[in-house]
Design a protein. Structure first.
Length: 255
C-alpha cells in the first residue's frame, strides 16, 4: 500500500473547512486521472483508495491519499506526483488556486506487517482516533455511533475486497472479533460531511478499546487496525470520511 501527503495553501481569504476541501479535492483527483479509470472507480462498491484533509494552521492544509492496490498507485502516482512544486485549481467559489508546499510518498509493506504478526504479542489496548466524520450503513440506514461489530465488518470488507476478493466475511469470525473487544471509554461528537447539497452525519473523536483474546487473535486485530489506517473505516472513505489513526496504549498502563 502507498500514501502520498501533499501540503498545500489555498490562495484565498475564505475560511475553508477540511470537510469542504476534501470533497473538492476528490473531484480534482477524478479529473486528473484517466476517464476510464474514474468510471471504473464510480462503479465499485468498495474503492481501492481513501483520502483525508487536515488543517495544519489557518492557511495551510495536508491532503492525504492512500492507495490500497498496485493499480490505484500507478494511476494516482502519475496524476499526483506532477503536482510537486506547482499549483492546482479547485472548483470552489469560481476557482481557487492552491500552492503545493510539499509532497511526500510513503510505503506500507503488508507482507512485512504480516511477518511481525508472528514475532511478538500485540497490545491489548488501543485508542482509535476518528479524525474525520465516520458513519456506517446498515439495512439501508445510516449508523452514526461507533458500533464495534460494524467497525470490524467495515475493515474486513475493505481488506477482503482487495486481498481475498472471492471470499465473503465470515459472520462467526466477525462475532468472535466483536465479542473479544470491549469499549473502555470514549470522547465523541457528531460532525457532518457535505457532499453537494447532502449532509452526511457521522462521528469524530476517540474510542479506547480492550482486546481479551489469545495471542493469535490479538495479533490479527492489530494487523487489521493497521490496515484501516490506510483504508479508512465506514462509508465514503474515498471522499474523506472515516479517517482512523491508531494509538497503542503503553503496555505498562495495561498492568
Amino acid at each position: 500500500m502507498h500514501r502520498v501527503r501533499i501540503i498545500f495553501k489555498p490562495k484565498t481569504e475564505l475560511k475553508l473547512s477540511p470537510q469542504r476541501l476534501s470533497v473538492a479535492l476528490h473531484g480534482f483527483l477524478m479529473q486528473e486521472i484517466e476517464p476510464a479509470y474514474a468510471d471504473y472507480l464510480h462503479q465499485q462498491s468498495v474503492n481501492p483508495y481513501s483520502t483525508y484533509v487536515a488543517r495544519l494552521d489557518e492557511k495551510t492544509y495536508a491532503w492525504e491519499v492512500n492507495m490500497l492496490t498496485g493499480e490505484s498507485y500507478q494511476v494516482f502516482h502519475q496524476a499526483l506526483d506532477r503536482l510537486r512544486d506547482s499549483s492546482f485549481e479547485l472548483k470552489l467559489q469560481g476557482g481557487i488556486q492552491c500552492q503545493v508546499l510539499g509532497l511526500d510518498w510513503q510505503d506500507y509493506d503488508l507482507q512485512e506487517a504480516s511477518r511481525s504478526f508472528y514475532q511478538e504479542e500485540a497490545p491489548a489496548r488501543y485508542v482509535l482516533h476518528f479524525e474525520s466524520p465516520t458513519a456506517f450503513k446498515q439495512a439501508g440506514q445510516y449508523v452514526i455511533f461507533p458500533d464495534i461489530r460494524l467497525i470490524y465488518q467495515s475493515i474486513l470488507l475493505k481488506y477482503q475486497a482487495f486481498d481475498q476478493p472471492d471470499e465473503e466475511v465470515d459472520e462467526e469470525f466477525l462475532n468472535l472479533l466483536a465479542a473479544s473487544t470491549t469499549i473502555r471509554r470514549y470522547r465523541l461528537q457528531s460532525q457532518y460531511l457535505k457532499v453537494h447539497t447532502v449532509a452526511i452525519n457521522g462521528f469524530v473523536g476517540s474510542l479506547e478499546i480492550q482486546i481479551k483474546a489469545k495471542r493469535t487473535l490479538k495479533n490479527y486485530i492489530r494487523y487489521m487496525l493497521g490496515f484501516a489506517e490506510y483504508s479508512g473505516v465506514g462509508i465514503k472513505a474515498s471522499i474523506g470520511m472515516g479517517k482512523l489513526r491508531l494509538e497503542e496504549v503503553d503496555r505498562r498502563e495495561q498492568r
